[in-house]
Structures are given as structure tokens and as C-alpha cells.
Design a protein around this ligand. Structure first.
Ligand code: NZQ
Ligand code: ZN
Length: 384
């Protein structure tokens, strides 16, 4: 197990009716910017609950944060915060709203172009406090210090991180996810699944606890994910999925172990170029990464097959392939199309993605830096 420092200051209020905790979490004299997306919160009762809890605090609403939040939109919110001297950000929505709000928080007092956070790893020295009311379980953004922003003019989707943008608190009320369409429920399950494998399916690191934690999340997502797609929203099922998604990317299972993240880096290019939902890109790419990087991942692929998919029979290669196939089948059972050709994406795009990754310096991806542009091409070709 490698050395690590674990820090996570976010207070979580989990469960039904917890939006009411905003009354005690938000400072009485806060001058709040409430951020949200396309309006789902106005249709599912979340907006009313938030307004009731905010009471007569000074609050300015900023809606229109897109899925795959746009830099161009967020910079408008930065202007509003600066002009109206707002001092607290309340994000109400899914991962895109939360990520966008983190970006706003860090950008307000930053003197340069905040796009630096995404391209040069610059971390602003200050950020406004953030509170979150989460309405989509997927990204773990409610309890981490990262985000992913799209700059439309460059057609670029890039990640940023800064410990100052951990939310002060996040409210996770599973009932808020009852209004999600099946596509978004499926997205959340797959995103959480691949967050977990990015931190687990690498190579043995003498971390049996982290392995078991990751395997527990994966097995739970498989069991509860299938239920969520078959039935009307069930509170405990959605509660388990919500907490699983948070656990998948709040930092804990990633402590002391190698990380991959190649699937995410390749996936971001697919979203930037073709507008595919983030999780859909992962469902396409991840089986290809497992197959093409089979030798490097052999030991953990066998452990994954045995402990998550309970495969005991067959040669090593047979067990590995079965584990990969069952993962692909699981994604497809969530109505995910896992082949590029099913999204009308052909080999011309593959060359473009490879060159874009190269141009942004991503030439050595994966836990050992061995996923080169040639490997990326092999991985995507395997997914045509
Ligand atoms: O905008 P509204 O109207 O709210 O509609 C949203 C949006 O259209 C809708 N939705 C959200 N909650 C709903 C709802 N519809 C009905 N009922 C509800 N309760 O769902 C759509 C998608 O929302 P979005 O926030 O984009 O989804 P998600 O939470 O999956 O976030 C995806 C974004 O997170 C980034 C992705 O790159 C993508 O931009 N990620 C953030 C990470 C992080 N911060 O750690 C890591 C992840 O790997 C991921 O990259
Ligand atoms: Zn993700």
C-alpha cells in the first residue's frame, strides 16, 4: 500500500427530507447564488424545498448550466457573483451543476483566465464556499474536489481539481432521484462502476481492504442497478445507489493504490467531439481497455472475475474474457449501446481522438503510463 494523505471536509446530510438542513447549514447573512440546470428542479419539488429552507436570505438564481457544463455559461455566473458581491454558492442538481459551481467558486477571485485550471493545473488560492443539493447519483462530485468543464469554442472537455472546492456540505436525498429518466439512472450506475474500476482494476498493491471496498461497490451496483432499471423508484434501492456513487469517488477507495483513468480521458474526447453522455463513453471504452491491457491487468482481471462476477471455471484467459463480457452485458442491460458503430462513430473519429489526446500531452495514460496513442487506437478500434 502506498503512502497517502486522506482529507475530505464535506459534511453529508443523507436521506429523505434532509434539504431542510439548509436552514442550519447556510449562514443567516449569506448572499447566495443558487445554481441549477435546465429546470428539472422546478418539476420535481426540489426547488420548493430549497426555497422554504433558504427562507429570507438574499438569494440570486442562476439557471441554464448544461450537462457537460460550459465554460462560457459559467463565466456569466462569475460576473453575476462579482457584480452582486455574492458570497455563497448553492448548487442544486446533478454532477454538471455541482462541477460548474466548483468552477465558479474558484474563478471569482482568480486574476487570470480560469480555463487555466483545466489546461495548466493551476489552482486558485481562494474559492467561495459551496453547498450542494444533489439530484442525480453518479459522479461523486458532491463529496470530492474535482470537476469537468467543457469549453465550447475549443470543443474541449477537461478536468480540474482544487481542495478549496470541496463542498462545505452536500444534501443527498434519494427521493430527489425519483424523477430521473431511466437513461440518467443508467448513466449514474455506469459512471460509479467505472470510477471504481479506474481505482481498482490496475495491478496488485497490497491493499486488500481497498480491494474489498471496491468489489463491494461493484457488486452492489450490479445488484441494485439491475433492480433500479426494472421497477418504479424504490427508496432503499435509490438510497443504496446514491451512497454507492458517492463512495466510488469521494477519495477513500483510491487511497494508497494505483489509478488508471485512461477510460475517462478517452471518454471525455468522445463527449467533446460527439456529445455522448459521459457514462455512455465509459460503457463503450472500458471493455476495450480491459481487453487491450489484459496482460498488464491480468492479476486484477482474474480477481475481478472471481470476486465480482463469481466466475470459478475455465482457464485464466477464459475467466478474464468472461468477466469482460459480463461487464459489457451488464452495461447493455442498462440500455447502453457499447459499440462506437451504434453511435455512428467510425475510424475517422478514432484518429482524431488519438491526435487530440496527443496534442494535449496525454501520451502515457493508465496506471503504468503504457496506454500510448497506439494503444488508444487499438482500444477504440476494438470498440467499433
Ligand atoms: O439540468 P437539469 O434540468 O437538472 O437536467 C439534468 C440533465 O439534463 C437531469 N437531471 C438531473 N437531476 C435530475 C434530472 N432530471 C430529472 N430529475 C432529476 N432529479 O439529468 C441530466 C444530466 O445531468 P448531469 O448533471 O449532467 O449528470 P451527471 O450527474 O451524470 O453529471 C455528468 C457530469 O459530471 C462530470 C461529467 O464529465 C459530466 O460533465 N463528472 C464529474 C466528476 C467529478 N466531479 O468528480 C467525475 C465524473 O467522472 C464525471 O466526469
Ligand atoms: Zn466519470
Amino acid at each position: 500500500m502506498k503512502n497517502f494523505t486522506f482529507y475530505n471536509p464535506t459534511r453529508i446530510h443523507f436521506g429523505k427530507g434532509q434539504i431542510a438542513k439548509l436552514t442550519t447549514e447556510l449562514p443567516a447573512d449569506a448572499r447566495i447564488l443558487m445554481t441549477y440546470g435546465g429546470g428539472s428542479i422546478m418539476k420535481n419539488g426540489v426547488y420548493e424545498q430549497v426555497m422554504k429552507a433558504v427562507g429570507n436570505r438574499h438569494l440570486v438564481e442562476f439557471g441554464g448550466i448544461e450537462p457537460n457544463p460550459r465554460y462560457e455559461t459559467l463565466m456569466k455566473a462569475v460576473e453575476v457573483v462579482r457584480e452582486q458581491k455574492l458570497d455563497y454558492l448553492l448548487a442544486v442538481g446533478g454532477g454538471s451543476v455541482v462541477d460548474g459551481t466548483k468552477f465558479i467558486a474558484a474563478a471569482v477571485d482568480y486574476q487570470g483566465d480560469p480555463w487555466d485550471f483545466c489546461t495548466r493545473g493551476v489552482q486558485s488560492k481562494s474559492a467561495l464556499p459551496i453547498g450542494v443539493v444533489l439530484t442525480l447519483a453518479a459522479t461523486g462530485s458532491e463529496m470530492n474536489a474535482g470537476g469537468v468543464i467543457t469549453r465550447e469554442e475549443f470543443k474541449s472537455k477537461r478536468a480540474f481539481g482544487n481542495p478549496l472546492v470541496f463542498p462545505r456540505f452536500s444534501v443527498l436525498d434519494p427521493e430527489t432521484t425519483f424523477s430521473l429518466p431511466p437513461r440518467q439512472v443508467a448513466n449514474g450506475i455506469v459512471d460509479a462502476f467505472v470510477h471504481t474500476t479506474e481505482q481498482y482494476l490496475t495491478f496488485p498493491a497490497e491493499a486488500p481492504l481497498q480491494d474489498r471496498q471496491a468489489e463491494g461497490i461493484l457488486a452492489t451496483l450490479i445488484e441494485e442497478g439491475s433492480k433500479a432499471m426494472e421497477q418504479n423508484p424504490d427508496y432503499d434501492n435509490r438510497a443504496t445507489l446514491m451512497w454507492s456513487a458517492t463512495q466510488a469517488l469521494n477519495g477513500l477507495i483510491g487511497m494508497g493504490v494505483p489509478h488508471d483513468w485512461a477510460t475517462h480521458m478517452i471518454g471525455h474526447e468522445l463527449t467533446a467531439l460527439h456529445g455522448l453522455d459521459h457514462a455512455v463513453t465509459l460503457a463503450i471504452v472500458w471493455p476495450g481497455v480491459m481487453r487491450v491491457m489484459k496482460e498488464e491487468k491480468r492479476s486484477k482481471l482474474l480477481q475481478f472475475a472471481e470476486r465480482v462476477w463469481e466466475i470459478a471455471e475455465g482457464s485464466e484467459d477464459e475467466r478474464i474474457e468472461k468477466g469482460i463480457a459480463l461487464t459489457d452485458d451488464f452495461f447493455r442491460s442498462l440500455e447502453m449501446k457499447t459499440r462506437l458503430s451504434e453511435h455512428q462513430i467510425g475510424s475517422a473519429s478514432i484518429d482524431l481522438i488519438v491526435s487530440r489526446l496527443e496534442n494535449s500531452g496525454m501520451k502515457k495514460l493508465g496506471e503504468r503510463g503504457t496506454i500510448t496513442p497506439e494503444k488508444v487506437k487499438e482500444i477504440l478500434t476494438e470498440r467499433l
